[in-house]
Design a protein around this ligand. Structure first.
Ligand code: DAH
Length: 333
């Protein structure tokens, strides 16, 4: 028998098959126990001895080829069946599109408010030196205020910044006033996680240095900021505070947006909530940088804190757990 013609015939028949039943018939016909190929293999014994190995090799390769073709055909038939059962009228699945994290969105919103007031955005490093993070900010090594900010130190003596305030020094070293800058970024303190603390958090720092800047400029700017973030009717109050790098220093409070000053669990019955620290840049800092004739104000806020007040979130850890259910609330579209 011509083995090539045999192979071609088999291929054509497999190709034509349209149903499982037909495919099974073709399989039995060629590869079955009493099939054509089995016959061929048996008849090899009748060939002259020297032709047997070659004929055997060809017959076996045809066998493998046909088995492979039948397997492929089976898969094609299966696929057709599932296609027939697909319900093309089912509504499609909406792909979930990633969105910015709520802290990023709010951080940008805060920065935009200050950009509209003429501030420029600048950046500073997260790994800082002791000098920029403390000493240049009027906090020498023996200063008690260092105890308030438990610091992560690196082996080489540098540290993870505990605040964004070092940006003030870095910018004033490179650019002379008048200037208005805003800077946002991660800060680190050796706190353990609890509902209101996290070892990593986000701060936004502001600095305005010019001539004749007064507390009135500071109050006006920050009051406008609070109204933009919490609404036109929010009431603001400033109380005296303490920071080594500002004199005088203050804290900005807003009327609790949940009870409108009545006193509730969010504001711990106080009616007011602290949102940031601020003050007039300490004259000794400006003097050391060579800007004695200038003065200015600075402020710093925690983005998590602003977000918790704005959205009534009672646990800071929710921002870092990446629970989609939590995150999706901020991006309903
Ligand atoms: N760096 C301060 C902190 O982490 C916040 C702060 C207070 C920044 C007063 C300022 C400022 O620029 O003037 O607690």
């Amino acid at each position: 028998m011509n083995l090539n013609a045999f192979r071609e015939n088999a291929k054509i028949e497999i190709e034509k098959v349209k149903t499982d039943g037909e495919l099974e018939k073709v399989r039995v016909k060629y590869l079955g126990r009493k099939g054509n190929l089995t016959e061929v293999l048996h008849s090899i014994g009748d060939l002259p001895k020297e032709e047997r190995p070659e004929a055997g090799r060809i017959a076996n390769s045809i066998k493998r080829e046909l088995e492979e073709l039948i397997k492929e055909k089976k898969e094609i038939l299966e696929e057709k069946k599932t296609l027939l059962w697909k319900d093309l009228t089912l509504p499609g699945r909406k792909p979930f599109i990633g969105t910015l994290h709520p802290l990023t969105v709010l951080g940008e919103e805060v920065q935009d408010i200050f950009i509209r007031m003429g501030f420029s955005v600048v950046e500073g490093p997260e790994i800082e030196t002791d000098y920029y993070n403390f000493t240049a900010l009027n906090t020498p090594p023996d200063h008690p205020a260092r105890d308030l900010q438990d610091t992560f130190y690196l082996k080489d003596g540098r540290l993870l910044r505990t605040q964004t305030s070092p940006v003030q020094i870095r910018i004033l070293e490179k650019h002379s006033p008048p200037l208005r800058i805003i800077s946002s970024g991660k800060c680190y303190r050796m706190d353990t996680f609890d509902p209101s603390h996290s070892p990593t958090f986000t701060q936004i720092e502001g600095l305005w240095v010019d001539k004749n800047i007064s507390m009135a400029d500071l109050f006006g700017t920050l009051e406008l900021f609070a109204k933009e973030i919490f609404g036109e009717n929010i009431k603001t109050e400033f109380l005296p505070g303490y920071f080594p790098f500002t004199e005088p220093s203050c804290e900005q409070l807003i009327q609790c947006p949940f009870c409108l000053g009545e006193g509730c669990s969010v504001c711990k019955k106080k009616g007011m909530i602290e949102i940031l620290g601020a003050g007039l840049v300490h004259p000794s800092i400006l003097k050391k940088l060579g800007y004695s004739e200038f003065n200015g104000f600075a402020f710093g806020m925690g983005v998590e804190r602003i977000a918790m007040i704005k959205y009534n979130i009672d646990d800071i850890r929710l921002f870092y757990q990446n629970e989609l259910q939590f995150l999706r609330q901020f991006n309903e579209s």
